[in-house]
Design a protein around this ligand. Structure first.
Ligand code: UD2
Length: 324
């Protein structure tokens, strides 16, 4: 099959039935996205192993029935059995906090860069890598398509960009792999406790407990919020294609934006949230955050046209579910 041909998921079970009986390794599986993915894989009949050092993940989020290897991905020797015994690896583990990477670039280099390279090179099964919209930096064109220049600001984005580029340059002799460039992922289980948590989880947590919301800047910055269930679906569709077709998959050596293409401003987010709280939300406007990108809006066409994926959860439904 040529890369340009549309790959429709089988109609019998939204393209996901193939996971039954497969051994799947999820790095970072105790984290926000990884725990949703692990639960879904388990429900599809996969045998799931999670590796997580619980530095940001939470053991309580690892679903029952999943094997947990508690340790850091930098300890690749103790991971080798899990890597070699897998039919697919979803590599989500990372120091996901931009400021933490800035504070300790040597450590984030080890975790986000060196360990990722090691996992990809030692795997003998497909690897689906969690890349990030951070690799684009301040966009020069909106919406951002995958061929937008790569110009990350800071270590986190640079490290993600290096792995992403490494995957995109793989050839037909290499491990099947793809990079999914996540935009602003939100949903149940996202920790609101730090100022660098996802803005939606912070705003909902504060608004629902009658506390003030701080907007950094004028609130007119835009973000492309994507619900975690749509992210999981994208991971499974691309992973499934790599497992089925290996290096012939249209996902191999390719990167895909994971976004909705429908950005909203933070002021609009506050207005959507206000529909679910009785009292008026108290909002203060503070200085903009250093290094903040003004507009972030992705173009999801490539994933849509290659895998017939589309985001199913609108922002208003996603926010509603967080109040449920
Ligand atoms: C996201 C990713 C980050 C990196 C970056 C790349 C998250 C949580 N972070 O950062 O890892 O990939 O994209 O561009 O997905 N804000 C407020 N008030 C608050 C908290 C945030 O106004 O209490 C603003 C913040 O200044 C920013 C917007 O909300 O303008 C979104 O902030 P974020 O931290 O949720 O995500 P972002 O896009 O900065």
């Amino acid at each position: 099959m040529k890369k340009s041909e549309v790959l429709k998921p089988p109609s019998y079970c939204d393209g996901l039935m193939e996971w039954a009986g497969k051994h799947v390794l999820v790095t970072g599986g105790a984290g926000f996205i990884g725990s949703h993915l692990s639960a879904k894989l388990l429900s599809l009949g996969a045998s799931v192993t999670v590796v997580d050092d619980l530095s940001a993940g939470d053991m309580g989020r690892v679903p029952k029935g999943v094997e947990l290897i508690e340790g850091c991905i930098t300890d690749t020797s103790s991971l080798s059995d899990a890597i070699q015994g897998s039919d697919a690896i979803f590599h989500l583990a990372a120091i996901a906090s931009v400021p933490l990477c800035e504070a300790d670039p040597a450590w984030s280099d080890k975790v986000n860069l060196q360990a990722s390279l090691e996992i990809i090179s030692s795997a003998n099964c497909p690897v689906i890598f969690a890349s990030s919209a951070a690799i684009y930096g301040e966009p020069i064109e909106i919406p951002i398509a995958e061929n937008h220049p790569i110009s990350p600001v800071g270590y986190y984005g640079q490290q993600k960009a290096t792995i992403d580029a490494n995957i995109c340059s793989l050839d037909s002799q290499s491990t099947p792999a793809c990079a999914l460039r996540f935009f602003n992922v939100y949903g149940e289980g996202q920790d609101p406790s730090s100022q660098y948590s996802g803005v939606l989880s912070i705003f909902i947590d504060r608004a629902s407990t009658g506390r003030q919301i701080s907007i950094f800047g004028d609130g007119e910055q835009t973000r492309d919020f994507i619900h975690v269930s749509d992210v999981v679906q994208a991971l499974l569709l691309t992973g499934n294609s790599l497992v089925e077709s290996g290096v012939s998959s249209p996902a191999h050596a390719s990167a895909f934006n994971i976004c909705t293409g429908s950005p909203v401003t933070l002021n609009e987010v506050v207005s959507l949230i206000s529909a679910h709280v009785e009292e008026e939300i108290s909002v203060t406007y503070e200085d903009g955050r250093d290094g903040d990108i003004k507009h972030s809006s992705g173009d999801p066409t490539k994933l849509q046209s290659t895998f017939d994926w589309k985001p199913e959860t609108s922002l208003s439904d996603g926010i509603l579910s967080l109040f449920g």
